[in-house]
Design a protein around this ligand. Structure first.
Ligand SMILES: [Zn+2]
Length: 339
C-alpha cells in the first residue's frame, strides 16, 4: 500500500480508533499509563510536597509498589498517591480501564459489568475522580465575560429543567418563581473559553455567591455581561468592574454588536441537556461533581489526547481526597441556605 491508500484506509476507522492510532505512532500515550503521571512529576520536581508544597524532598524507598518521598521542609513522607483519589485505593490495576470507560460516559452498570467491580465501587470511584477536577484547569477570565445563574430542582436523584421564564415584568432583576428548593448554579465564561460552573446556594443568589464563585479570577479591565439581576450589579460595583446589562424583558439581546450573554445561556442549555440525557438527572449532593465533569470535558474537547489530559488532571490536586470526603458536609451547608 502507498501513503494515499493507507491514509484512505485510516479515514474509514472510527474517530476513537484514529486517535488510538495517533497515540501509538507518536508514543505519547502508548500503553495508557494514566496513573504514572504524578510519579514522574514528583521525580522531576514539577509538583510540591502534598503537605507543605515544598520542592525540597527526596526519594525515600518504596511503599507497596509506589515510591515514597521524604520532605526536608516538613519532615513528613508521602507517595505519588498521597492526597489524590488514588490514595488507599484497591484494585489500582483497573484504574486505566475505569478512566477510559468513564471518559466514554458509560453507565455505572456497564462499568460494573466490564470491570467486575460492584456498583458501589464504580460509584465511589466516579465521585473521587470528579472531586479531583474541581480546582484544576481553572483559568482567569479575561476580556468580555458572561455570567448568569441557572437552576436545578433540588433532588435526591432526578433533576428538572427550569428556565428564566416568569421574570417580573418591568422589574430590573428578580427572577420570580425561584423558590428555596431550587439549586442555583453560577455559570461564567469568557470568549476564550475559560469556564466556571459553581453550585452556589439554594434559591436566589446574592453578590457574595458570585464573589465566591469567580471573584478571585477576573482580570482587571474585563467587562462583565449579565442580565439585570441586582446581585450582579452589587458584585460589579464591589470589585470595580465595568458591567453591561442585557435585559431580555426589554428585548436587549446584544449591545454594540459584541456584548451579550448568549454563550453562557447556551452553556446552561447544554449542561442541562447533558445531565438529563446522560444521567436522567443527578442528586443535588453530587451536582457540583457533575459540573466539574462537564467543565473538564469542555476544557479538553479539542484535544486529540483528551482521555490522557483528563486522566492527568485527576491526579494533579493533592487536596482532592479531602474534598471527596467533604461532599456530605458541603451538601449540608448548601441545604442550610434553603429559606
Ligand atoms: Zn513537606
Amino acid at each position: 500500500m502507498d501513503y494515499q491508500q493507507i491514509l484512505a484506509a485510516i479515514q474509514t476507522l472510527p474517530e476513537t480508533e484514529q486517535k488510538q492510532l495517533i497515540s501509538e505512532l507518536t508514543g505519547k500515550v502508548g500503553k495508557r499509563e494514566y496513573i504514572s503521571n504524578r510519579r514522574e512529576k514528583l521525580i522531576n520536581k514539577q509538583v510540591g510536597c502534598p503537605h507543605c508544597s515544598s520542592l525540597k524532598f527526596y526519594r525515600f524507598g518504596k511503599d507497596k509498589g509506589s515510591i515514597r518521598f521524604m520532605c526536608k521542609e516538613c519532615k513528613r513522607t508521602f507517595t505519588e498517591y498521597s492526597g489524590t483519589w488514588l490514595a488507599g485505593l484497591h484494585k489500582k490495576e483497573l484504574v486505566n480501564d475505569y478512566l477510559d470507560l468513564m471518559h466514554e460516559q458509560k453507565s455505572l452498570d456497564k462499568i460494573k459489568e466490564v470491570l467486575h467491580i460492584n456498583k458501589k465501587t464504580a460509584f465511589d470511584w466516579r465521585h473521587k475522580i470528579l472531586s479531583s477536577f474541581e480546582e484544576v484547569e481553572k483559568k482567569d477570565f479575561n476580556g468580555i465575560i458572561e455570567s448568569d445563574e441557572t437552576f436545578f430542582l433540588k433532588s435526591d436523584k432526578g433533576s428538572k429543567k427550569l428556565t428564566h421564564k416568569g421574570r417580573k415584568r418591568g422589574g430590573s432583576s428578580s427572577k420570580r418563581g425561584i423558590s428555596g428548593d431550587q439549586v442555583a448554579v453560577i455559570v461564567t465564561t469568557d470568549r476564550k473559553g475559560s469556564m466556571d460552573l459553581s453550585v452556589a446556594t439554594m434559591g436566589r443568589i446574592g453578590k457574595n455567591d458570585i464573589e465566591n464563585a469567580i471573584g478571585s479570577r477576573i482580570s482587571s479591565g474585563s467587562i462583565l455581561c449579565t442580565d439585570g439581576h441586582v446581585s450582579y450589579k452589587g458584585f460589579a460595583k464591589d470589585v470595580n468592574l465595568t458591567q453591561v446589562v442585557l435585559r431580555a424583558d426589554l428585548k436587549q439581546y446584544v449591545k454594540q454588536g459584541i456584548y451579550h450573554i448568549q454563550n453562557v445561556n447556551s452553556l446552561h442549555n447544554r449542561v442541562k441537556k447533558w445531565i438529563d440525557s446522560t444521567f436522567w438527572g443527578v442528586s443535588t449532593k453530587y451536582l457540583q461533581n457533575y459540573m466539574n465533569w462537564f467543565r473538564i470535558e469542555q476544557a479538553f474537547r479539542k484535544s486529540i489526547y483528551a482521555e490522557q489530559d483528563i486522566a492527568n488532571c485527576s491526579t494533579e490536586d493533592s487536596l482532592s481526597l479531602n474534598r471527596y470526603r467533604q461532599i456530605n458536609y458541603r451538601y449540608q451547608m448548601l441545604i442550610a441556605t434553603q429559606s
